[in-house]
Write a new protein. Structure first.
Length: 91
């Protein structure tokens, strides 16, 4: 049981470190019956760069290496373009 917690902590801190070193934002972290989800976002103010897509790909490649080091299986994706990031629904 302790080993799982150590691996989870290592994974989370590694992803945070990678995300922030590329000046991205860790927008979501979810755990459900299908596993974990990390949603990293690049290009949100005030961390806007002309090379944000490149930063996202480099961060993804580093995260793949973390998963390999920890002997975990992961699925990874990178997309570009405008996206709505705000409140949805009615108050």
């Amino acid at each position: 049981a302790d080993e799982g917690a150590v691996v989870a902590q290592d994974l989370m801190s590694s992803i945070q470190r990678i995300c922030y070193s590329h000046e991205g934002t860790l927008n979501k972290f979810l755990i459900d019956d299908k596993g974990m989800l990390f949603l990293l976002v690049f290009g949100l103010p005030p961390l806007v760069h002309p090379d944000d897509p490149t930063r996202a790909v480099l961060a993804c490649m580093s995260i793949v290496q973390v998963f390999r080091r920890l002997e975990l299986i992961g699925r990874f994706g990178v997309t570009t373009g405008r996206s709505y990031c705000g409140v949805c629904g009615s108050a």
